[in-house]
Every structure is written in C-alpha cells, then in structure tokens.
Design a binder for this molecule. Structure first.
Ligand code: NAD
Length: 503
C-alpha cells in the first residue's frame, strides 16, 4: 500500500514583545504558492484581545525607547541596514513564494525598502529643530520634534516587505513603537523582518506584528492607545481607515488605489515608449500601485505604438517566479486572476479591440497565471478604463491632442502616478505644471520618488495630509513642540498683565 503523502502547512503567527506568538482567536486564513496554486501555509488572524496585547507591549516599550539617544538610534539603524542587506535574498524568496512576483522583481522591492532604512540612518539630522535667538529681548524660541507614541501600519499584498519598511523605519527611528498589520495573503516577510530587527538589537516590543483581517484593522482603528495609523491598500478601504481612524482621534495617512496613465505624444521615441509601456504595464504582473494601466496614444503616435507594444508581447516570459528565465509571475490568488481575466470579456463586449489575450498564453499548471494582455480602442466609459484592474491587462486610449490627454488624466478620480513621453521639454514642463497627479514621470514610466523625497498620490489615491517616507514621513511620525525660554535676569523681571509682547 502506498504511503499517504502529507504536506505540512507552515503556520504564521503574530510577533509581540520580541516573540513569535500563536493567536488565540482560532481564526486562520490560507496562504498560497501562486505559481502552483497550492496552499503552502496558514496565518493566524488576530482577535481584538491580541491587538490589545500588542498595544500594551508597545506602550511599555515606548517608555524606554523614546529615551534612546539619537546617536544610539542611528547606530542601531546602521546595524538594521546591514542585516537586512545581508538577508535581502531570504526576504525576496519569501515574497516570491507567497506573492508570486519573479525573484529579480522581489529583490528590487527589497532594495527600494532598504533605501528608506538608509535614509533614516541620518535620523539625528532629520530630527533637528529650529532655534531663534533673541526672539524678544532675553527670550529664545526653539522647536523640537517628539514621537507620537504607539503607531500602526496596515499594508497591502503587493509589496509585503517594502511598504512596511516605508512605515516602520521612519516611525521607529523617530522614537515611536510600531504595530504592523500585514496583508493576510503574504504574511511571512513580516516575521522574518521582526526576527532580523531583534537580531540587530532592537529592544523587544518596539516592533510588533498582528496578522489578520478586518477584525484586527478595526481593533487598531478603535484602540485609544494608538496615536497614528499609516495605511496602504485599495481606495475603499483607505477611505474607511481614514474616516474611522480620524474619528477615533488618530493621525492617519491612507494611500489608496490608482489608475496610472502614460501619455505618448507623436514626437516621442516610439521604441523607448513601447519598452516602457511593456515594462511598467506588465512588471510584477501589473500588481503595482504605480503600474501603467492606460497608455494614452496621441494622434499619429497610436498605430506605430500599438504595433511596437504588440511586437514585444510574445517575448515576455511568463512562469514561476523562482525560474530565473521568468519575467512575469502569476497573480496573487485565483479569485484575483479570474477578476482580471474578466476584463478580456467585458472590454471587447463594450467595444474595445482585444489585441493580445493572456488567457491563451498563460502557463497551464494550476498556478494563478494570466499572460500579458492588450486592449486597444478603450474609451473612458468602459469598465476596463474605469476600474483599477491591477493585473497584466494594458489598455490603449486613443486621443487627438495633448489637451484631450491632459483632460482625461485630470478627470480621472485617481491621481497616483502619471508619465509623459515626448522629446519636447516645453510640453513636458507644461504637463508637470497642469497635471493633477502626485507623482509625475517625464520619459520615466514608474516615477516612484527616491527615499529622500516623499511618495504619495492626489485625489482618491491618498486620504490625509502627509505623503509616506522621506521628509513628509518624518513629519507624519513626529509632532513639534515650540519652546519659548528666558533665563532669570532681575533687570527684566516685572509684573505685566498685558498680552506677551515680542519687542
Ligand atoms: P486591500 O485594500 O484589500 O487591503 C489592504 C489592507 O487592508 C490589508 O492589510 C487587508 O487585510 C486590509 N483590509 C482588507 N479589507 C478590509 C476591510 N474590509 N476592512 C478593514 N481592513 C481591510 O488592498 P490589497 O488588495 O492588499 O492591495 C492592493 C491595493 O493596494 C490596490 O488598490 C493598490 O493600488 C493599492 N496600493 C496602493 C499603493 C499606494 O501607494 N497608493 C501602494 C500599494 C498598493
């Protein structure tokens, strides 16, 4: 009799007070290997009580962490940087195993996260305040930045290492303690991160992880011990988190979804634009908030551009992310794959031209694959244009003029990223002035700002006042105090009931 084959499922728990902790709610969710379609693990879902525990531990840790000197914090962040750098491939492999993105892309994700850690190694410089000597006679005024206390981050499935790094690195460097609620779809990177932070010497309780779903999110939003929440995910949930978090008195930055346009003017280098459209449209299987989703072909650019994109598609190698020859992996879940594929029916039914059908080219091995797909003649009323597809389906909208292209972008409810391809510097400059979008690329399709600028969209792509990481990230995780000070000087001491004068 053949022995039964049992595949052990990995269990992923929470990280509270420097320890890997099993949840007590009894609720769990499946984690898949998207390249095979098989379940590889299960993740505990936190109860409200689990979140309470994490807040208690983070609150206790904050009372000592906030006393750490700036130079000690900087020294620790150099160690964190070094350790994560040494383990970048381990992190990337976890991302590929649970998200599906190809390993080279996963390494790129880790790199863009590490750059934010590198930025906050300069925390003594970043937290410098202002000083005005002799603001009034014998009086000096200065400002200091202080941490908020316990802060939380709620993150999406598509960047399971980088987006958390964008939050926890500045938050902790600023002197806060942190609770991460990662996506339940790919939770393992959060635990490896926690282990590395501990190994680097971060005190227990400064970084905590609660896994889970809406229950954990709601507990975070309601908890009076949490001062601020950073969120990255889809627009409806971003709006929900912003409304409920601010109603509970918290500072909230909530980054939402996107529909990123790439305008190609007739004078653009068509080959360069086609390379960029393919790279930015299909990289990470289109599951990037900065992915190009719509190519806006202006005037005579349209036919050669669609032809050049079409020529490139058969060469894109789709397969398991661990296979070094793969350029594009699967989508994150079967459900998401099927939703993305549905636009290949609704698009043509609503009048679009299906130029490339990824259902025909996807590997057929049970994984959540969809090949690269192209819809031409898309118009703004179609579902393929209106929805954030978040998959490897690129749409081409044809317009007659630059003004029509600009109007299309500005009328769109999202405002995360946008790109313009042209050789005309004057038009590009006018575009950056006119466009209502937070991040603009000129002949650059994915304009994710470097770590010393800040990342964030406009309109329905961000709820709140502060972008994430960079100088605005430091602002978000600190509050300023202005001190007005005078030292005893009998010559200037008298009773004066008038409003304080400045002269
Ligand atoms: P999502 O909104 O479904 O989930 C994000 C987080 O919210 C997860 O941690 C999830 O557990 C939690 N969540 C889900 N449903 C919830 C509910 N009903 N109540 C409370 N919490 C809930 O997003 P996703 O599918 O994980 O990620 C993809 C989305 O994120 C896309 O829309 C993408 O554009 C967006 N995104 C935006 C940015 C940006 O910077 N603007 C970056 C990355 C991803």
């Amino acid at each position: 009799m053949a022995a039964a084959v049992t595949t052990e499922l990995r269990t992923i728990g929470h990280w509270i007070g420097g320890e890997d902790i099993r949840g007590e709610s009894g609720r769990k969710g499946p984690v898949y290997n998207p390249a095979t379609g098989e379940q590889s693990g299960e993740v505990d879902f936190a109860s409200t009580h689990d979140v309470d525990r994490a807040v208690d531990v983070a609150t206790a840790a904050h009372s000592t962490w906030r006393h750490w000197s700036l130079s000690k914090r900087a020294e620790l962040f150099f160690r964190i940087y070094q350790l994560i750098d040494e383990h970048r491939e381990d992190l990337a492999r976890l991302l590929t195993a649970e998200h599906g993105k190809v390993l080279s892309d996963a390494l790129g994700e880790v790199q863009r996260g590490i750059e934010v850690i590198e930025y906050v190694c300069g925390i003594p410089e970043l937290l410098k305040g202002d000083y005005s000597e002799q603001a009034s006679t014998g009086i000096d005024v200065y400002s200091i930045r202080q941490p908020l206390g316990v802060v939380a981050g709620i993150t999406p499935f598509n960047f399971p290492a980088m987006v958390p790094m964008w939050m926890w690195a500045p938050a902790i460097a600023c002197g806060n303690t942190f609770i991460l609620k990662p996506s339940e779809k790919d939770p393992s990177a959060s635990i490896l991160t926690a282990e590395l932070l501990k190994e680097a010497g971060l005190p227990d309780g400064v970084f905590n992880v609660v896994q889970g779903d809406k229950v954990a999110v709601d507990a975070i939003l309601q908890h009076s011990g949490i001062a601020a929440v950073s969120f990255v995910g889809s627009t409806p949930i971003a709006c929900y988190v912003y409304e409920n978090g601010t109603k509970a008195g918290k500072r909230v930055q909530a980054l939402g979804g996107a529909k990123n346009h790439m305008i190609v003017l007739p004078d653009a280098d068509i080959d360069m634009a086609a390379d960029a459209a393919v790279s930015a449209g299909y990289g990470s299987a289109g599951e990037r908030c900065m992915a190009i989703s719509v190519v806006v072909a202006v005037g005579d650019a349209a036919d050669p551009l669609v032809g050049a994109i079409k020529d490139r598609l058969p060469k894109v190698k789709v397969g398991d992310g661990l296979d070094p020859s793969s350029e594009m992996g699967p989508l994150v879940t079967r459900e998401h794959r099927d939703k993305v594929a549905s636009y290949l029916d609704s698009g043509p039914a609503q009048g679009a031209t299906l130029v490339a059908d990824g259902r025909e080219t996807a590997p057929d091995n049970g994984g959540f694959f969809l090949g690269v797909s192209l819809l031409d003649d898309v118009t703004p009323e179609m579902d393929a244009y209106r929805d954030e597809i978040f998959g490897p389906v690129l749409s081409v909208v044809r317009v007659g003029t630059y003004d029509e292209a600009l109007r299309l972008v500005n009328d769109n409810p999202y405002g995360n990223g946008v790109a313009i391809f042209t050789r005309d510097g004057g038009v590009a400059r006018q575009f950056q002035f006119d466009v209502n979008v937070g991040m603009v690329g000129v002949n650059v399709p994915i304009p994710v700002p470097v770590a010393y600028y800040s990342f964030g969209g406009w309109k329905s792509s961000l709820f709140g006042d502060r972008h994430i990481y960079g100088p605005e990230g430091i602002d978000f995780y600190t509050r300023t105090k202005a001190v007005t000070s005078r030292w005893p000087d009998p010559a200037t001491s008298r009773v004066d009931l008038g409003f304080p004068q400045t002269r």
